[in-house]
Design a protein around this ligand. Structure first.
Ligand code: NOJ
Length: 752
């Protein structure tokens, strides 16, 4: 009986159709109508076709270039990617708006993922800042630099939840958690597109040409690839899709993202680029998205290899009917859509609708008013890599660093240290620390770790640098110099990790160990007995169990971008008190993967001393470092966790407060985290779910009260019928410095 009451006494949180994006502008829609009425089928297919030009202002005249110019003139190109530069984008635009019959402007896209020329930390690193304002600001700078160079559209943010560090693309996203991922997704969309993109007063166009169109990718569940192998099969339930993988996309759409990209993978037998349920059912009908979807690179062509279409024509039909509006690089839309319409295999209205969505964004970008408004050499010269942008890159890099271990306060090092060894293949590297997808980032603008350290120490300090070994490769020839340097020094900064090419697309690894002979180098240097500070540069969690046990201080710096050296030096010598927190769990070994904090309890929760429980017999059940973890040079103490009610109705909100004290000897920032657990439900719930966080600054000795509001939305779940509801029952509330070290309270949701 109790159960029956429970099931009926639920509160529906949201109706199924939520039109998140703003209503359309009737004036623009009328203009689009009249354009579509005049277009031939070939011209419509042209608008839905995107090509990778691979050109910039310095590209010489070539047959390929002439061919693209001809295609633009013939109305066969709706968009280019990988074309940048004021001259070339304006020249191609001129051909489009003066020489093509319909005079429709082109949209130029590029992967501007974590900066354009001012390269910021990779997204996984920036997620470690737990600072959405910072993330938004950096995206806005990337947009300024890219738009000055003729770019109007970025294939970012990448919002794929990733729980398998073997997957190289984990570097491009915000980690394992749907809530943190959603906050970051929305922040990046706002940063790229500007606050006013979706505001009524600016519905017809962006307010300025310093912002660019965002593209949330890769829709959807690309990060759930089996075995962490890129492009691999995904087979997840509708529930997991909606609870784990879709929330950041929904957040991006709600923040006004103008475009999405369909992913390469299939989900439960249906490749995304042919997935009508996803592209139309969820995205358009449920979420009210009114922008357009671009396929990933030749993803429509690949439908054939997936085994869902017999030939290219069928692939094109499946994709357009699913709701994929633009074909990236595949050429199938251009080739087959007109024929498919003529043969009655697809309806012309489906093509018209896709064209409408593409044109809508071109209007929004203001390209019909002024096709040359993007690309501004003067602004490019004045702004690119300018002092405020570099300052932002430094701020981002500092906040992205996570202090993983600091036994006996080895850190911060004294600036007056007499002799310091700086060792490792990444210690003076200016290339890899820009990470994957570096835009137009250039090593000549990078401050390496060694350069930053040299600037930070006192003039009397002697620095001995030794490379030790390569990132990859088996040679230990450099070990001797490295050991000699260590032995002569008072402390060692050892900078090891991955190459940039080991992360990003098509860069999955089967091992999470330090590559090459680097771990042997770490062991050899540790044996000297000198205090060692290990600095990691990498695009994924690494299995560093030996290091975590034996090296006294470990600093996770990911790939930090152009200001790496300065940011690292600030942390190593105490100018900046580290505040980063892991957005992803670090496993002990690759065999623990997938391991994430918001797992289910199972019927036999892990207990390392009890055999018949859900665990491995050869290692502890806990991760090496949990989600949300990161140390500071000061200590934060949590107390007084309290709620403003013991019982609430399903439609109520409840407020949670906790006192955070800086009990150490330095000022510092802390990310206070709030988790809940819905104890019993009509379906099982995770043991913990992040529902809020706040980054606060506390002077030494200071105490602040941090408050959170848990709304019906944050307490809701998808019930057994996949309806979003708040079910009556007990909720636990956890607040603390990471997902494990928390204070606990509880309250009850009671039926009305
Ligand atoms: C393929 C990648 O999967 C995608 O993320 C990227 O935006 C496109 N290529 C364009 O470069």
């Amino acid at each position: 009986m109790k159960k029956l009451i429970r099931i009926f006494a639920i509160a529906l949180v949201a109706a199924v159709t939520t039109h998140a994006q703003l209503p359309l502008n009737p004036k623009v829609e009328q203009k689009i109508d009249s354009l579509i009425a005049k277009m031939t089928l070939d011209e419509k297919a042209g608008q839905l076709s995107q090509y990778s030009g691979g050109m910039d202002d310095n590209s010489p005249e070539s047959p390929e270039k002439s061919n693209y110019e001809m295609m633009v003139k013939e109305g066969k190109v709706g968009s280019f990617l990988n074309v940048h530069g004021v001259k070339i984008t304006h020249e191609l635009q001129r051909i489009a708006v003066e020489e093509s019959r319909m005079k429709i402007p082109i949209i130029f896209g590029l992967d501007v993922i974590h900066g354009y020329r001012t390269v910021f930390p990779i997204p996984l690193a920036e997620a470690s800042s737990w600072n959405p304002d910072l993330v938004e600001h950096d995206a806005s700078i990337a947009a300024r630099e890219a738009s000055a160079d003729g770019i109007q559209w970025t294939f970012a943010p990448m919002v794929d939840i990733a729980r398998d560090p073997r997957w190289g693309r984990i570097a491009e996203g915000s980690g394992e958690d749907p809530y943190l991922g959603s906050v970051m997704a929305a922040a990046r969309v706002r940063g790229f597109q500007g606050e006013n993109f979706d505001q009524p007063k600016n519905r017809e166009a962006f307010d300025s040409a310093t912002t660019i169109l965002a593209c949330a990718k890769h829709f959807a569940a690309y990060g759930a690839a089996e075995g962490g192998r890129d492009y691999n099969t995904v087979d997840i339930s509708e529930r997991t899709l909606r609870e784990v993988y879709l929330p950041p996309f929904h957040a991006a759409v709600k923040a006004g993202a103008g475009t999405l990209m369909s992913s390469f993978n299939e989900i439960a037998g249906v490749p995304s680029s042919a997935n009508r349920h996803l592209m139309t059912g969820i995205l358009r009908n449920e979420w009210g998205f009114n922008g357009f979807v671009v396929s990933d690179w030749t993803a429509i062509t690949e439908l054939h290899l997936h085994g869902i279409s017999a030939d290219d024509a069928q692939s094109a039909a499946l994709a357009i009917n699913a709701g994929v509006d633009m074909d990236m690089e595949g050429s199938l839309y251009l080739k087959y859509l007109p024929m498919l319409v003529k043969e009655g295999k697809i309806s012309e209205s489906v093509v018209n609708e896709a064209v409408r969505r593409v044109l809508r964004m071109k209007f929004k970008l203001g390209l019909f008013d002024d096709p040359y408004r993007y690309g501004d050499s003067k602004r490019e010269k004045a702004e690119t890599l300018s002092a405020p942008f570099i300052a932002a890159a430094l701020n981002a890099a500092r906040q992205s660093i996570v202090l993983l271990k600091n036994d006996s306060n080895v850190l911060p090092l004294k600036k007056s240290i007499k002799t310091l060894a700086v060792i490792g293949p990444l210690a003076n590297d200016a290339y890899d620390l820009l990470g994957p997808w570096r835009g137009l980032g250039d090593s000549s603008n990078v401050v390496t770790a060694l350069q930053g350290i040299k600037k930070a120490v006192s003039q009397k300090t002697k620095i001995i640098y030794a490379r030790g070994c390569d990132i990859l490769g088996n040679s230990k020839a450099g070990f001797n110099d490295a050991l000699a340097a260590a032995k002569k020094s008072d402390a060692v900064i050892l900078v090891v990790g991955e190459s940039a090419a080991m992360s990003g697309e098509a860069s999955s690894r089967s091992s999470l160990d330090l590559p090459g002979v680097q771990e042997e180098l770490v062991k050899a240097i540790s044996e000297t007995g000198k205090p060692v500070v290990l600095v990691l540069m990498n695009g994924r969690p690494l299995s560093i169990s030996w290091e975590a046990e034996h090296v006294p201080a470990i600093v996770e710096s990911w790939f930090l971008g152009v200001q790496t050296g300065n940011a690292l030096a600030d942390v190593l010598f105490g100018n900046y008190n580290p505040s980063g927190k892991l957005p992803v769990t670090f496993p002990r070994t690759v065999g623990q993967v997938p391991i994430y904090y918001d797992h289910k309890n199972t019927g036999r929760p892990a207990n390392d001393t009890v055999k018949y429980t859900s665990r491995y017999i050869d290692l502890p059940s806990t991760p090496l470092f949990p989600f949300g973890y990161g140390l500071s040079y000061t200590k934060f103490e949590y107390s007084g966790l309290r709620l403003n009610a013991e019982k609430i109705f399903p439609t109520d909100s409840i407020s949670v407060s906790v006192d955070v004290k800086n009990a150490g000897a330095r000022d510092g920032e802390e990310v206070a985290q709030l988790y809940i657990r819905d104890e019993y439900g009509s379906v099982t719930r995770p043991v913990e779910e992040l529902k809020g966080f706040k980054k606060i600054f506390l002077k030494k000795g200071e105490t602040k009260t941090v408050s959170f509001l848990l709304t019906p939305e944050s307490l809701s779940m998808l019930n057994i019928n996949m309806k979003k509801v708040v079910e009556p029952g007990v909720f636990k509330v956890f607040a603390g410095t990471n997902s494990v070290d928390v204070k606990e309270a509880s309250f009850e949701v009671v039926a009305k």
